[in-house]
Design a binder for this molecule. Sequence first.
Ligand code: ADP
Ligand code: MG
Length: 449
Amino acid sequence: MTGVEYYYNDLWAKAKTQLKEDSSIGKLVYETYFEESNLVFLNEEKAVISVPTNLQKMILTQKLALIAETLSNLIHHPVVCDVRLQHEVVSTPEPVEVLPEQSDDNLLVGYTFDNFIVGPSNKEAHSAALACALTPGNFYTPLFIYGNSGLGKTHLLNAIGNYIKSNDPTKRVFFTSSTDFVTSVVNSIKDNSIEAFKQRMNRLDVLLMDDIQFIAGKEKSHEVFFNIFNELVNNKKQIVLTSDRNPSEIKGLEERLISRFSSGLSVGLDSPEFETSLAILKFRLESQSVDPYLVADDVLAYIATNFSKDVRKLEGALNRLLFYSINFSGSDKIDFKVALNAFKGNSSSSDKNEISVNKIKRVVSDYYGLTKQQLVSNSRTKNIASARHIAMYFCRKFLDLPFIKIGEEFGKRDHSTVINACEKVESYMKSDINYKQAIYELEKLINQT
Ligand code: ADP
Ligand code: MG
């Protein structure tokens, strides 16, 4: 070993000791991804770390800032870092861009384990999901994750898929909501392609099905699903399902399916407790590059206490607060007074139970972290306009109001604007699965709250 190599080894060993202790990495991730890394180059400005596998490269790349900071502290001057694969270091000095293969896995790429905050309320589900992602097919099948809306089921399901794909891009992963599954079954029966559909499903390595409760009562889909389920299980493939409740509590689900589901592992998600809520809020602020000192501690505590029924509400409240403070508050720090103003009138009890225009406005604006005033304002900002279209669509759908009346309710708009809005919502629902999911969730909230 040369002197330089000794120096690199020694320095990197010190850096690793610190990284191992870092709470943002954690023991499992450290041992899986950091242990085998090496420092292979260092000059005045730059350090290069090498790792054996693509997945390790991906994970380390997400932690580059922390790695750079750790190294910089040890050598007492700032360096930027780069991660390369071992063979890239030997053969080509610059990493080659590999274009991702076109995938039809349906996965939502933004949902990963990395941006999932773990606390007592979701610890069990998280650890089961991670274990499943690490050893797909050798884990309990099905893994069944249940919990109320907004607690992270869709997030975890996609995190599993994204993790498996990044680990091994050749794995055939497919994410679908049960509603889309039912639609596919119905359509493929119509055009005589049900066998082809089944074969496609039977070839999967990992089937991720969201909100399985919506398959209830759909007989043909039950049967098709049952066949696919058995085929995948027999071939030691991985199935992960989510639902808003335990398998045995889903009405209209066939016994044989319930008993199949019970042979796997069921894990529940609860509402985040205070500390977890706080951690999620801080993480959100950080990922939106908001100065953490902008929001007073008692304000974050207030949100963590009052909006912690689910994570979606937490995020909505934080967005509302930021939006309000940017647009309506003169002060540059968000203190308790600003927060109270931002949330004033938010929890009015006058429009509970019955569905009304007011209730629709409230649920939609809450969901998107807006105020009711914004919803009916002239603003054409994309997210505000989109929320407004959705609220108009629900007024039509739930209340069957005339277009003219709906127009009046939303800032005196023309009836053709309302017709347009409703058409837009319907067409987006067809083309965008996330959008459709949001609409379903809103419907549920309008019906329930
Ligand atoms: P569900 O499918 O259970 O209704 P989602 O997975 O859609 O809930 O989660 C709702 C929102 O909350 C998403 O934006 C998701 O990223 C976020 N979220 C949920 N749980 C967490 C968590 N533990 N850490 C970070 N974000 C979370
Ligand atoms: Mg969901």
